[in-house]
Design a protein around this ligand. Structure first.
Ligand SMILES: Nc1ncnc2c1ncn2[C@@H]1O[C@H](COP(=O)(O)OP(=O)(O)OP(=O)(O)O)[C@@H](O)[C@H]1O
Ligand SMILES: [Mg+2]
Length: 519
């Protein structure tokens, strides 16, 4: 069993020692003061006996005398003086009825004054008086007055003749008490130590050991166990504590299980939400593909017509070998054109692989415009591409990024379509300008460089009211069948997932600028 400075054991042991020592000292004080009282009383009795003897002696010898017996010059007093003035008496003082000292044994001035004062008081009150106040019983305190003073009036024939006082030395008594006190104090210390050790052993068994067991159990307790404390069956406070802790623990386990279930169901919901979002992205893409497909169908009509024409010519038998080769080459060229047009669309319509990699933004823009090139709505548009960004590599899923640009360009083309007449100039202009922009980052991250892609059209613009809603899902101003209203909301989600953003600026009647910001 180790005792460390701040442990419960040390605290209990120190408290025991302190309380026991205090109790024993208090008991000792009471006992010793009672013993002192008894011994002083015994001394007092002796002193009173002496006073009575003096009084008796005087009173007996007074019988038959009528003169002022206590006059120092009277023969009676002379006789009395000889009786009292023996070497065996010390510390005796007599006063007459007017307070004058008529007899005293040899003593110091201080003692004499104290004795005389007590005798005068006794004369005045006509009572036996005593005077003692000291704490001389304790070995290490100074003993100021080692004397007991007693005084008593001398009465003869109902007449107070004077008073006598004696002084009884108590030094001997006190030195005996003090000596025995030293022994008592030694035993007090010894007993305290012994009792403290014994008490500590009992407390250790009933309190400290169970607590230590609880501490050890708590330290060894592993998550997932239902019982922390095993002393549930006891009927004392430890049993109550065990029951309470175990109950709390069981409650915690239940809450944890509930929490786990909630987390699981949240994760499921989250997964389903992500799937639904992916579904929306795909639907939006297919909607675009649908719109593009009709453009493509229209576009490949021309080359198919040309191919059919050449095939007709080839059927003729009077063709020269060189002409035949030329027609075949032309047919190949047209078929190649058809192939490329369909290929681009097919390429775009394939589900995204969901692969994030370093891609060139300029290349993505070029691919997007390539898909749109055969579309009839591109025919009368003046498209300007200005790649100003010196560094255009971003981390992205290329298919999704293409989907974003395709939607933004198609929105611009729709806006500039012939039924929108409120245009600033007659030529329909659409420009894509890329640039590198340094943004001072918040906090300590310093500045970051981002690729900005400004898509500018000179269409009718967007009213302030619409501007706040164009990123809402299913918000469209287009007639049914022409737009689902998902384009911008899906685009924003794709770009935000990459850590980027889409900003829009628009002047009604002048045009719109959509800025795609890519990290
Ligand atoms: N460049 C633009 N000029 C004017 N209005 C625009 C422009 N871009 C978007 N808008 C407006 O924002 C609305 C929402 O666009 P969004 O791309 O989300 O849906 P949509 O084009 O209507 O349909 P979807 O893209 O699903 O076919 C459009 O209906 C249109 O009113
Ligand atoms: Mg759109």
């Amino acid at each position: 069993m180790k005792l460390s400075a701040y442990s419960l054991k040390t605290g209990i042991f120190a408290t025991l020692v302190f309380v026991l020592l205090l109790a024993m000292l208090l008991l000792d004080i009471v006992m010793i003061k009672m013993a002192e009282q008894d011994m002083v009383n015994a001394e007092k009795k002796k002193g009173i006996l002496l006073l009575r003897t003096i009084e008796q002696t005087m009173v007996t010898s007074l019988k038959g005398h009528t003169e002022n017996v206590l006059d120092t010059a009277s023969p009676f007093f002379q006789g009395l003086h000889q009786v009292l003035d023996t070497k065996s008496l010390s510390g005796v003082l007599l006063i007459n009825d007017s307070g004058g000292t008529i007899f005293e044994t040899q003593m110091g001035e201080g003692h004499r004054r104290a004795l005389s004062a007590l005798a005068v008081q006794s004369l005045r009150t006509q009572k036996d008086l005593s005077d003692l106040s000291t704490w001389g019983v304790f070995p290490f305190l100074p003993l100021k007055r080692g004397y007991l003073l007693l005084a008593s009036p001398i009465v003869y024939d109902k007449r107070v003749l004077g008073a006598a006082s004696v002084q009884i030395p108590l030094r001997g008594m006190y030195s005996t008490i003090r000596q025995s006190q030293k022994v008592v104090l030694f035993y007090i210390l010894l007993n305290t130590l012994f009792l403290a050790l014994f008490g500590f052993y009992l407390l250790y068994r009933s309190i400290i050991r169970p607590i230590n067991r609880l501490v050890r159990r708590a330290e060894e307790f592993k998550e997932g166990e239902t019982f922390l404390l095993s002393s549930e069956t006891r009927h004392n406070e430890f049993g109550k504590l065990s029951r309470a802790v175990n109950m709390t623990l069981r409650g915690l386990e239940d809450s944890k299980a509930e929490l786990r279930e909630s987390i699981e169901s949240l994760e499921n919901t989250n997964r389903e939400l992500r799937q639904a979002q992916e579904e929306i992205v795909r639907s939006e893409k297919l909607a675009s593909v649908g719109r593009l497909a009709s453009g493509v169908a229209h576009e490949i009509g021309n080359p198919i017509g040309i191919v059919l024409g050449y095939l007709d010519l080839l059927k003729g038998s009077d063709l020269k070998k060189r002409e035949r080769a030329d027609f075949i080459a032309r047919i190949e060229k047209e078929i190649d054109r058809i192939n490329r047009t369909i290929g681009n669309l097919l390429d775009f319509s394939r589900p995204s692989k969901g692969e994030v990699k370093a891609v060139s933004v300029h290349q993505i823009i070029a691919d997007t415009l390539e898909i749109l090139k055969p579309q009839p709505m591109m025919m009368d548009i003046d498209v300007v591409v200005d790649h100003q960004a010196a560094q255009d590599t971003v981390l992205a899923d290329p298919d999704k990024l293409k989907q974003v640009f395709l939607n933004i360009v198609m929105n611009a083309l729709d806006a500039m379509a012939p039924n929108h007449t409120k245009r600033a100039s007659d030529t329909k202009q659409f420009s894509i300008i890329t640039s590198l922009v340094s943004e001072s980052g918040s906090g300590t991250s310093g500045s970051t460089t981002r690729v900005h892609v400004d898509c500018v059209d000179n269409g009718p613009g967007i009213s302030a009211e619409d501007l706040s809603r164009i990123f809402d899902p299913f918000y469209t101003t287009k007639e049914p069948g022409k737009g689902t209203g998902l384009g911008l909301s899906v685009s924003l989600r794709i770009v935000e997932d990459m850590g980027g953003d889409i900003k829009v600026r628009s002047d009604v009647g002048k045009g719109t600028t959509m800025t795609v910001i890519l990290p």
